[in-house]
Design a binder for this molecule. Structure first.
Ligand code: NAP
Length: 307
């Protein structure tokens, strides 16, 4: 298949491009400056250049986006581009809605015009976090922050134009091509003896390599509708931090639990956003691995890439 990926130079987009290029022709779209630095840094190992390419495209430009997608004539458009800084969205709500909702509508119009199928990557933050057992896809939404509201509006924009679109909600991403919680914790090693980390938010850390595989499997079975995809298991940010430091061999650092209120970030976060993966498993006959396994894998590859 021919697949266009927006946000192709981002954290998820980079791993997704690599995963899809094994079996498909992939064309990555991102902001010009992002693509330039990505290509210069050779983030993607030299893969078959006939199968993978990048083009500059600002999804806020509706006409340009529609023309680009029409020219590419893809079978699928996978939309990863977003304003993903949760506290940043709270401070700049107009920017959040412009990119996450209007930008998404432009991409959906492009897919519609090209008669392509569309996959929109969404978030666990569309839920209010009041449940105490995993959210299923039919549960009501109730985002607590601007990021979640703007991503949910993005879902609606997509479904308005493409009622059979595929929407995949995921959570707590980490990957080697973007700033993430693991790197934020490891950046403190050697600098601090003690860290305070939030213990009253529970979710599932998810490796972008594993999510990329799950997205590929979903499009390969032609799935449509809303799905959850995340690594198995769950933890609080506090437990996650302790496991990162333990695996890294830096467990001399004392990690102390703190509350969300004590941390006082601009955006509220759901207290519980674990996603049920039953629908994903039934549809793909595949289980995503446990987040602890994925974390080990990430740290191993990180060490290799440092050397
Ligand atoms: N990160 C998470 O924990 C998480 C959790 C759940 C769901 N998600 C969803 O997963 C998807 C991927 O997330 P991610 O963390 O991989 O995102 P990311 O690293 O921030 O990548 C997004 C990419 O989109 C680009 N972009 C921004 N504005 C654009 C525009 N106007 N036109 C074209 N491209 C533009 C970004 O460039 P710049 O960096 O230069 O702006 C970046 O390269 C997003 O849809 C996000 O909402 C993420």
């Amino acid at each position: 298949m021919r697949i266009a990926v927006t946000g192709a130079a981002g954290m998820l987009g980079t791993d997704l491009m690599a995963r899809l290029s094994g079996a498909h022709e992939v064309i990555g779209l991102d902001l010009p400056q992002r693509i330039e630095s990505h290509v210069v840094a050779q983030v993607i190992a030299p893969v078959d250049s006939n199968k993978i390419s990048f083009r500059a495209c600002d999804i806020l430009d509706e006409i340009n986006t529609r023309e680009f997608v029409a020219k590419i004539a893809p079978d699928w458009v996978i939309h990863c581009a977003a304003f993903t800084n949760v506290d940043g969205c709270e401070k700049e709500p107009e920017k959040a809605f412009r990119l996450n909702a209007e930008g998404t509508r432009n991409v959906a119009k492009g897919a519609w015009g090209a008669k392509a199928k569309m996959l929109y990557v969404s978030t666990d933050y569309v839920y209010d976090g009041k449940k105490s057992e995993p959210y299923v896809e039919t549960d009501g939404t109730g985002p607590l922050n601007v990021y979640g509201q703007s991503k949910l509006k993005g879902e609606m924009e997509v479904l308005n134009i493409l009622p059979d679109a595929l929407i995949v909600r995921t959570s707590w991403l980490f990957g080697k091509n973007g700033p993430n919680f693991i790197e934020a914790i490891l950046a403190q090693v050697g600098k601090k003896d003690e860290l305070s980390v939030v213990s009253d938010q529970v979710g599932s850390p998810t490796y972008t390599v594993d999510l990329s595989d799950a997205l590929a499997r979903l499009i390969e079975v032609d799935a449509s509708g809303v799905f959850h995809a995340a690594n198995e298991g769950y933890c609080s940010w506090f437990q996650y931090a302790r496991e990162i430091l333990r695996l890294y061999g830096a467990d001399g650092i004392n990690v102390k639990p703190m509350t969300t209120e004590e941390l006082g970030r601009p955006a509220l976060r759901p207290a519980y956003s674990v996603l049920s993966k039953e629908k994903y498993k039934r549809t793909t006959r595949h289980n995503m691995r446990h987040w602890e396994e994925a974390l080990k894998d990430y740290l191993i590859h990180r060490e290799v890439s440092i050397k």
